[in-house]
Design a protein around this ligand. Structure first.
Ligand code: UD1
Length: 418
């Protein structure tokens, strides 16, 4: 199992290529199951969640061919068999294969997913979406068992909240429904918009992507397609935090300013200078970080996937910050580990009061989930002395070559196999 050894104190300076978005890639890989024609996906990030999703669809019979320009998935001979819990437990996004399999084949049996330990994370909204489209859905001994009587039927779906995953399940399943489907209270995240673009390239007719009301025509005529995933706004926000916390300067190559507006606004409040560069976005940190009030919200609000990283910055701010988590109920697992580095954080339910300190001190810490572990990396980059971060496999789920990219900007970081 690998560890990261980080000696803090280096000011980062350089350019970081932002990879394709993991959270855009995962539903697009699932979407490949819908069509009998090949789908070429380019800009897939080289992270273990993507490898795992490709493995899952290949277990259903899809062929996956990687070539220099991208990955071509051919789902012509897919069958809605069963993939065991051991394979899907690693990743909550495995639920995304349910909608496509059910829609195309009229039945599916998919294990309830696992994933990050950040709260209950139920899948009830995914199941309600499929029921609304006319499926019979049951949960039996840890498996979701779903079937249709003569196919899905277009309808009006009102989501109880703008869930990213449930919106994606609805979009994909509705492509096979007879007649039009209206999805209200849909998520507006760029990853949902990118899935709609990918489905459109595959032949779907979708209106309203990026708004709370999506319209899907149904009865899609599928065709071979190619799609290029958007850049990862969470990876970009993480390197922006790395620039800030070390008082350095990082050019986020490929990053899209329009996907990062709430994040860049908070960064500026905390003292960063942000400007568009020729190749992306440039972040200039400053000697001292200012405190901030941050509330996580659905897009275009501040993303929950950057809450931990910004808390690491707040630990070193000149004053107290308040951070409210409104999306997931148990997303503060990084707090005890940040405290081991000397942070002063008081938790009260979904609110963290972070009193900034002049310095953090290196220590051994344990990664607990994807974003929590990267927040420990950020804190370690700024801490005095050496930190050792264990359970690095969490980071490898969603960050492509994190240690290499940070080292290229001047970080003292080493990956050690133990
Ligand atoms: C996606 C992202 C994840 C991000 C999250 C919120 C992927 C692969 N993951 O996760 O990184 O943190 O969006 O931006 O894209 N909920 C239910 N029932 C459901 C589904 C969701 O109650 O059936 C709740 C969740 O527990 C949570 C909220 O809805 O409180 C939002 O979750 P959702 O937007 O669905 O997140 P994911 O799609 O799982």
């Amino acid at each position: 199992m690998d560890e990261l050894h980080i000696t803090g104190g280096n000011r980062l300076d350089g350019a970081v290529p932002i990879a394709g978005a993991k959270n855009a890639a995962l539903p697009q890989i699932a979407a490949a199951l819908l069509s009998p024609h090949p789908l070429e996906l380019t800009n897939l990030p080289k992270v273990s969640d993507v490898d795992n999703m490709l493995r899952i669809i290949s277990l259903y019979g899809a062929t996956v061919e990687s070539h220099a320009g991208g990955t071509t998935i051919n789902a012509a001979h897919v069958a809605p068999g069963e993939v065991d819990y051991e394979t899907v437990r690693k990743m909550r996004a495995s639920i995304l294969v349910l909608g496509p399999l059910l829609a195309r084949f009229g039945s599916a049996r998919v294990s309830l997913p696992g994933g990050c330990a950040i709260g209950a994370r139920p899948v009830d909204m995914h199941l309600k979406v499929l029921s609304a489209l006319g499926a019979t859905v049951d949960v039996e001994r840890g498996y979701i068992v779903a079937s249709t009587n003569g196919g899905l039927r277009g309808t009006r779906i009102v989501l109880s909240g703008p869930s990213v995953g449930a919106s994606e399940t609805a979009l994909m399943a509705a492509c096979y429904a007879k007649g039009e489907t209206e999805i209200l209270n849909a998520a507006r995240e760029p990853e949902v918009v990118d899935l709609a673009a990918c489905l459109t390239a595959m032949g779907a007719e979708i209106e309203g992507a990026g708004t709370h009301r999506l319209l899907v025509k149904g009865n899609t005529t599928w065709r071979a397609a190619s799609h290029h995933a958007i850049p990862d706004r969470v990876e970009a926000g993480t390197y922006a935090a790395a620039a800030m916390i070390t008082g350095g300067r990082i050019e986020l190559v490929n990053a899209r300013m329009e996907h990062l507006s709430s994040v860049l606004q908070v960064l500026e409040t905390m003292g960063a200078t942000v400007w568009p560069g020729d190749r992306g976005v440039v972040i200039n940190g400053r000697e001292r970080i200012r405190p901030a009030d941050i509330t996580t919200e659905p897009y275009p609000g501040f993303p929950t996937d950057l809450q931990a990283q910004f808390m690491a910055m707040a630990c070193l701010a000149d004053g107290a910050s308040v951070i409210r988590e409104t999306i997931f109920e148990n997303r503060f697992m990084h707090v005890p580990e940040l405290s081991r580095l000397g942070a002063d954080i008081a938790l009260n339910g979904a609110v963290a009061l972070v009193r900034g300190k002049p310095e953090l001190r290196g220590a051994p810490v344990m990664a607990t989930d994807l974003r929590a572990s990267v927040c420990l990396v950020l804190a370690a980059l700024a801490a005095e002395g050496e930190s050792v971060i264990k359970r690095v496999y969490h980071l490898d789920r969603g960050y492509e070559q994190l240690d290499r990219k940070l080292a290229q900007c001047g970080a003292d970081i080493r990956r050690v196999s133990v």
